[in-house]
Design a protein around this ligand. Structure first.
Ligand code: GLU
Length: 449
């Protein structure tokens, strides 16, 4: 049916439990198959076996270097103080400073933040930007906070972790529930806490800032643009022409919205979107620009006038060329995977597919383009922003687009090469391509003393 059938998949024949039990036992991790962190580490360790990563390097990567947990009070609009819980996990800095977003979401948990930090280590390595991996989060519901409360949560969280981060040490960025405005407050707070004479150089403490405050042009659309660059490299080989294809989206926030608009510009037809407010469908195509304006006003796609409402089941079953999950983790379980009608799933979100979902999709011959490749455009342009800040220069939109395209296309080719070299599926191949670079660095530098 597609290229995936042409490559023998040795991944499926291995018993992950057997492969990882040594590392898990040594680290005293009691394996829980529903735990996202355990799932992520297992996937990384499968790839580690393929590339022959040394045992001590596997042990290093199986746990984050630092796990920071903070509690901080915030004055709410009603005059009361509420205590919030925040995390910053610094997984690995072998390739450069810790790097990764800050998420504001009611379900933020330590294990989820740890998984997302591991994914950042792998993502940065795969696209060969000189950063390590980190992630942060605050357990809160930004939809229920006023603008002032959101600002105070951001500023207090920044001050709570300010001693543990730094512009050349650990650099946060936007993620689910945060945006350029949140980064502006974060940067301002950090700068206010630093000695006056160092302030100009500390804007690099976060990326994804507004352009007026040192952000890079193209950062806002970067994850969507990077995904389109990957599709350009991958889809023709799978017999899909972007200008003629049909596609559906899960999520219509930054990643989903930009992906929808950029693909529509290229002639692709967006036929359905699913988000927290429901699923909408129009076989003749949804207008991505009008949908963006509608979502900005109402907060979700539900009730959009240019479409009919459908059930989640009908949404997943739609017969389209491409499905892009661009919302939260673990949305595609075995249940959704068994009814997905798309030929290709390109993971715009981090970890949207569970291991069981993965297995069902692979068995059904659905091609999966993995998350650490598909959504690496965001951190790549974050790196460009950091470099521009460090050099006090600004790049043109064309320069950013062209450099991003180079990183994404090379990363996609790396994954395809790894897939043939190690005879494995695309997800394992993406981790293999990432681990090769990390392993080489550890081989060169050794372990102190
Ligand atoms: N939060 C984004 C991600 O998961 C971007 C991280 C960054 O730019 O540092 O990749």
């Amino acid at each position: 049916m597609n290229d995936s059938t042409a490559v023998a998949d040795k991944t499926a024949t291995q018993n992950p439990q057997h492969l990882h039990s040594r590392v898990f036992e040594e680290l005293e991790i009691v394996r829980d198959p529903s735990n996202l962190y355990h799932q992520t580490i297992e996937q990384v360790l499968i790839a580690a076996q393929h590339v022959g990563l040394k045992h001590h390097q596997q042990i290093i990567l199986a746990q984050p270097k630092n796990e920071i947990m903070v509690h901080f009070p915030v004055l709410m609009d009603n005059g009361h103080h509420q205590l919030f819980k925040g995390y910053r996990v610094q997984h690995n800095n072998a390739l450069g400073p810790y790097k990764g977003g800050i998420r504001f979401h009611p379900h933020v948990s330590l294990d989820d933040v740890k998984s997302l930090a591991v994914l950042m280590t792998c993502k940065c390595s795969l696209v060969r930007v000189p950063f390590g991996g980190g992630k942060g989060g605050v357990k809160c519901n930004p939809r229920e906070l006023s603008r002032d409360e959101l600002m105070r949560v951001t500023r207090r969280f920044c001050s709570a972790i300010s001693n543990q981060i730094g512009p050349d040490y650990d650099i946060p960025a936007p993620d689910v529930g945060t945006n350029a405005q949140v980064m502006a407050w974060f940067a301002d707070t950090y700068q206010q806490m630093m000695p006056e004479h160092t302030r100009q150089d500390t804007a690099r403490i976060v990326t994804g800032k507004p352009v007026e405050m040192g952000g890079s042009v193209g950062r806002d659309k970067a994850t969507g643009q990077g995904l389109v660059d990957v599709l350009d490299e991958m889809l023709p080989e799978l017999g899909i022409d972007i200008s003629k294809m049909t596609f559906t989206l899960i999520g219509f926030g930054n990643v989903g919205g930009w992906t929808g608009r950029l693909l529509a510009e290229r002639g692709a037809k967006l036929t359905a979107v699913l988000d927290h407010t429901g699923a909408i469908h129009n076989a003749n195509g949804l207008n991505a620009i009008k949908l963006t304006a509608y979502v900005e006003k109402t907060g979700g796609v539900g009730g959009f006038a240019g479409a009919e409402t459908i059930t989640q089941e009908d949404f997943y079953g739609l017969d389209v060329d491409l499905l892009v999950p661009a919302a939260l983790e673990q949305m595609i379980t075995a249940t959704e995977a068994s009814i997905i009608g798309a030929k290709v799933v390109a993971e715009g979100a981090n970890a949207p597919t569970t291991p069981e979902g993965d297995e069902v999709l692979l068995q059904r011959g659905v091609e999966i383009l993995p998350a650490i490749l598909c959504n690496a455009g965001g951190v790549t342009v974050s790196y460009f922003e950091w470099v521009q800040n460090k050099c006090s220069v600004t790049w043109s939109p064309e320069e950013v687009d062209q450099k991003l395209n180079q990183h994404m296309v090379l990363a996609a080719r790396r994954v395809k090469l790894a897939r043939h070299k190690y005879e494995c599926n695309m997800r394992t191949a993406s981790y293999c391509a990432a681990l090769e670079a990390i392993g080489r660095v550890y081989d060169l530098r050794g372990v102190f003393p």
